[in-house]
Design a protein around this ligand. Structure first.
Ligand SMILES: Cc1cc2nc3c(=O)[nH]c(=O)nc-3n(C[C@H](O)[C@H](O)[C@H](O)COP(=O)(O)OP(=O)(O)OC[C@H]3O[C@@H](n4cnc5c(N)ncnc54)[C@H](O)[C@@H]3O)c2cc1C
Length: 429
């Protein structure tokens, strides 16, 4: 008889686990509390447009994500737009673009031809990458990203417009609080990897079309079941959910939701306590709906103009990334004063900042929508303990972005954790 595995949570981690198990012929039953799949990376319908709960950026180094997308039948070439890494801030003098030449020359040439920073900063940045590479990206102790950048003499524009925004984008944690080791891991796989690893992969469609829809079809097509609007309240021993027996159960929720399911069992209570100490960072997305015809010079621009009170970090032109013409998505990462403002005030500020960034007046937005994800990601601090996918309760496994210890809370971390849990169940790791 084949094994029957329950997966609790239909975010990218749970779906990745389901796809990997389905491909191996295992029957799965996926429980999702919400009415839709995708979790923290999902489609949201706004003013007649298929947008997202927050703009997501993938990079070429997301190898497991790309592999599973292909496996599930979502064609990365169709739903993702591959662009060379470009950090372009029109409101400041800074611009860095990596040319399409083999690594590491792409980084060397990209740094040397960057605008708006000094020759000394460029040389220091190249030395920083070299020193990380020499240490195989392993730090003697985990410190904050800000401390690492200080130690490595990273100052001026390159720090402000490259290292710090890369830290915020990848770890969603301010450099003063973010883990330098996890940042180094991300640099190892991106700037320290092959040229294609450094590419930006911007979704060309809503997030459900990037992976969750195809994953759900794949799981169902292989005999699995997807149960939407079914919250798992409790896991019983021997392994049962609401009276139904399973050989294995994978908890693939966000950490704060996993606590509830783990704390009742003596074998997993210690993990629940560990997760109870986690802190979280928000992400805000401000969609501004301009008349069709309003476009950015590039699909993605940096909004920093060098002034300290700027709220907007990045803006994405959803007309160039899909079919929402005139819709701009402004991203506000990690905790900050933006979260205290009401939505109308926030939208008015972002509209003003966007005009400053573009150095031209824009028509008044026809509508705006602010989406606040208060617990967008765990706060990726130095030395943060991370659980493994295997628990002491036989047959109970964990998946979720927080389980992939090498990575911050990202789609790739979520996918890798789901694959790891599936492989552990299959006895393949
Ligand atoms: C606004 C925003 C922007 C982001 N930007 C990026 C980015 O640019 N690049 C990047 O790589 N990552 C980004 N991330 C992070 C990324 O979205 C997450 O790391 C990833 O989606 C987490 O997936 P997950 O499957 O681990 O968890 P989740 O997405 O949280 O999925 C867990 C699922 O479990 C369900 N659930 C919870 N409890 C139960 C229960 N008891 N029973 C049944 N179901 C339950 C939930 O409803 C949810 O669907 C961003 C996140 C946000 C919020």
């Amino acid at each position: 008889m084949t094994r029957h595995v329950a997966i609790v949570g239909g975010g990218w981690a749970g779906l990745a686990c389901g796809v990997e198990l389905a491909a191996a012929g295992v029957r799965t039953c996926l429980f999702e509390a919400a009415r839709q799949l995708g979790g923290r990376a999902r489609r949201v319908d706004v003013h007649g447009h298929a947008l997202d709960n927050g703009q997501h950026i993938l990079i070429g180094a997301y190898r497991e994500t790309l592999r599973l997308m292909n496996q599930a039948g979502a064609d990365p070439a169709r739903v993702l737009r591959r662009l060379p890494l470009e950090l372009n801030y029109p409101g400041s003098a800074f611009c860095l673009r990596l040319p399409r030449i083999p690594a590491p020359l792409n980084l060397v040439i990209g740094l040397m031809t960057a605008k708006g920073c000094t020759a000394g900063e460029k040389i220091a940045a190249a030395k920083f990458m070299r020193s990380l590479q020499t240490r195989k990206y392993r730090l003697a102790e985990d410190i904050s990203v800000a401390e690492l950048l200080d130690q490595q003499h990273q100052t001026g524009s390159l720090r402000r417009f490259m290292w710090e925004p890369l830290c915020l984008a990848a770890l969603n944690t301010p450099p003063e609080k973010a883990s330098a080791q996890v940042f180094a891991n991300v640099l190892r796989d991106s700037l320290g990897g092959e040229r294609s690893d450094t590419d930006l992969l911007l979704p060309n469609a809503d997030l459900n079309a990037v992976f969750p829809d195809a994953a759900a079809r794949f799981i169902s097509g292989h005999g699995g079941t997807i149960r939407l609007s079914e919250r798992v309240e409790h896991i019983e021993q021997p392994l049962h959910i609401a009276g139904e027996a399973f050989d294995d159960i994978v908890i693939a929720t966000a950490p704060q939701h996993a606590i509830v399911l783990l704390q009742d069992h003596p074998q997993t209570a210690a993990i629940a306590r560990m997760l109870g100490d986690y802190r979280y960072e928000p992400i805000g997305t401000v969609y501004l709906g301009y008349p069709a015809g309003v476009r950015l010079p590039l699909p993605m621009l940096g909004m920093d103009v060098g002034s300290p009170d700027r709220l907007g970090q990045w803006v994405f032109d959803r007309g160039q990334l899909g079919d929402a013409e005139g819709v701009m998505g402004c991203v506000l990462s990690a905790a900050g004063t933006w979260n205290e403002r009401d939505s109308d005030a926030l939208a008015a500020t972002l509209h003003a900042e966007l005009q400053e960034t573009l150095e031209r007046p824009l028509p008044q937005p026809l509508w705006h929508q602010v989406i606040r994800e208060r617990r967008a990601t765990f706060s990726c601090r130095p030395g943060l303990p991370r659980p493994k996918s295997r628990t002491l309760l036989r047959g109970l496994w964990l998946a979720g972005d927080y389980v992939c210890a090498d990575y911050p809370a990202t789609l790739e971390g979520a996918i890798r954790s789901g694959v790891a849990a599936a492989r552990a169940i299959l006895g393949r790791n």
